[in-house]
Design a protein around this ligand. Structure first.
Ligand code: PEP
Ligand code: MG
Length: 583
């Protein structure tokens, strides 16, 4: 019988294949009373299950860190390892077993329910979804306790015979589960739980496989080997489609694949407009291993290395040597192409527990996005900043390293930063450590004040990079992490467009290169608009580079220039959208 289910579209594309059901542990475990003398054995059983899962996560971390795996994966596996190591999960159930003389499974689920109960009251959707991370970790331990498999299982003979893709159907999937996908020829996956910001959804996007989450009843309704279609753009799962629908989707799938292979051919094409304007398409990266993804699409350099990811999810700060190694490996990996390394942009939604919360460990920041973020934090913690600057300078002799400073507002911040950089240079000279004396320092333009009065920045800095994510947030007063106002986050707001265009034009007049490294740079629908504003340097997630290149090679920069000049004079959103259609 054919039927379809609707959920949340989290990763685009079409997948057609046979259902591969993933068994899921029920959290409804029975309570059993343990005899007094058996309590130590029960505790030992619990401990063994914990250490088994710890070892499994450690080996999954190894797999996830291998080249080619999305950078987020290893981080998410680490989050699960951290949750497991927390005494609230690793110690408290042991006490329950001892005090209540109950079985390990029951003690663990009791403790989990207590923990996740608090999450349900949280308003923030992202944090609320972290509840699921705890549940996933507990399920893994329960599987060990009850002797259930943790692997996804072998492909069925039928699927092998047809040589078709498998579609994973699960109640929920942890990021650790997704690591096994590459060995099983997985076409896509669907889950009953999960939202668009769940870690599994993020991994699906970086693996570029179609996925739909939040389907509620897929796992109980679908049977192993059912023929399935995932429409990752519309968030639909079609079970046992009739031949007409199947044919239609096969056609759409091959059209999409054709599009993709055409894009691949663009890899070696020169990024230039029809009228001969060269355009640099660079990559944004979070961790050194992302360089391989950037090279796969022949990125013109690294336009933004978000170094704060080196500081996250760990108890100790990375040392100068560790940072140096990370920066050097990117500099060497890009073999002479520009590598723009941004200094620590910590704060707001990017937190690192290894960093102290200024003003006391318990200080609640009233407005984190307006608080001690990025360069403000670094200037308040000069030792931390000096360590990073020294590491950056040391790495600068291994390639073309440029230093990018985030969230600048005041001239004094630039001057203090340049002063500290001079101090770091003097220290290294004294220690006879080599570095690039001419290392370029640039600034992020992501605060409206900086965009409005950009002259002093152009005078003191060698290049600028516009962070449109924050520029939009601060111009429109829209918290970029708050789903309730996300519909108001509008890159096409005339105020935003004028700030961007004004910065690009001022840069051109002063002959200081200006790039964009916010999400706008990677949106192919905006490429012509930005080219028309005069932008010639774009930096984006590597997966976007070829799509944006496709737009570049079809563009006439001069024609776009006059069309965009007209668009920028408009105040009415409707009119702007109309003119956008004609670019
Ligand atoms: C931006 O704000 O646009 C940007 C690129 O920085 P981040 O997203 O890391 O804040
Ligand atoms: Mg920013």
């Amino acid at each position: 019988m054919t039927f379809s289910l609707h959920g949340q579209a989290v990763s685009q594309g079409i997948a057609i294949g046979r259902a591969h059901l993933v068994s899921h542990t029920t959290l409804e475990v029975a309570h059993q009373t343990i005899r007094e003398r058996d309590v130590p054995m029960e505790v030992a059983r619990f401990d063994l299950a914990l250490s088994t899962v710890q070892a499994e996560l450690a080996s999954l971390h190894e797999e996830a860190s291998a080249a080619g795996a999305p950078a987020e994966l290893a981080v998410f596996v680490d989050i699960h390892a951290m949750i497991l190591a927390d005494p609230l999960l690793s110690e408290a159930p042991r006490q329950l077993i001892e005090e209540r003389r109950c079985n390990a499974e029951w003690a663990l689920v009791q403790q989990m329910e207590q923990l996740v109960g608090h999450f349900d009251e949280i308003d923030d959707a992202y944090l609320r979804e972290r509840r699921q991370d705890i549940v996933q970790v507990v399920e893994r331990v329960l599987k060990v306790l009850t002797g259930q498999p943790r692997k996804l299982g072998r492909r069925s003979k039928a699927a092998d015979k047809e040589d078709c893709d498998l579609i994973i159907v699960a109640h929920d999937l942890s990021p650790a589960d997704t690591i096994q996908f590459k060995n099983l020829k997985i076409g896509g996956f669907v889950t009953d739980l999960g939202g668009s910001t769940s870690h599994t959804a993020i991994v699906a996007r970086s693996l570029a496989i179609p996925a739909v989450v939040g389907l509620h009843h897929a796992r109980p309704l679908v049977r192993d080997n059912d023929l399935l279609i995932i429409d990752g753009s519309r968030g639909v799962l079609i079970v046992e489609p009739d031949p007409r629908v199947l044919e239609e989707y096969r056609l759409r799938k091959s059209e999409l694949e054709l599009e993709r292979s055409k894009l691949k051919r663009l890899k070696t094409a020169k990024a230039a407009t029809l009228d001969g304007e060269d355009v640099a398409l660079q990559a944004n990266i979070e961790l050194p291993q992302d360089v391989s993804q950037a090279k796969e699409v022949d990125a013109a350099g690294i336009g933004l290395f978000r170094t704060e990811y080196l500081f996250m999810n760990r108890d100790e700060l990375p040392t100068e040597d560790e940072q140096f190694e990370a920066y050097r490996s990117v500099a060497k990996g890009m073999a002479g192409k520009p590598v723009t390394i941004r200094t620590l942009d910590i704060g707001a939604d990017k937190q690192a527990r290894a960093l102290k919360n200024l003003g006391g460990a318990e200080r609640q920041e009233p407005n984190p996005a307006l608080g001690l973020r990025a360069i403000r934090y670094c200037l308040a913690e000069p030792q931390l900043f000096m360590t990073q600057l020294r590491a950056l300078l040391r790495a600068s002799q291994f390639g073309y390293v440029r230093i990018l400073v985030p969230m600048l507002t005041h001239v004094a911040e630039i001057e203090q930063t340049l002063g500290l950089l001079e101090m770091a240079k003097a220290q290294l000279r004294e220690e006879r450590v080599k570095f690039d004396e001419g290392v370029e320092v640039g600034g992020m333009i992501e605060i409206p004040a900086a965009a409005l009065v950009v002259g002093p920045f152009l005078k003191r800095l060698r290049f600028l990079s516009i962070g449109t994510n924050d520029l939009i947030q601060y111009t429109l007063a829209i918290d970029r992490t708050d789903e309730a106002v996300s519909h108001l986050f509008d890159p096409l707001h005339p105020a935003v467009l004028r700030l961007i265009a004004g910065t690009i034009q001022a840069g051109a007049r002063a002959e200081v290169p200006v790039a964009i490294c916010g999400e706008m740079a990677g949106d192919p629908k905006l490429t012509h608009l930005l080219l028309g504003m005069g932008l010639r340097q774009f930096s984006m997630h590597p997966t976007q580079i070829l799509e944006v290149k496709q737009q570049v090679v079809m563009a006439d920069a001069e024609q776009l220039g006059s069309k965009v000049a007209r668009l920028l004079r408009q105040d009415e959103p409707e009119r702007i959208r109309e003119l956008m259609e004609r670019l």
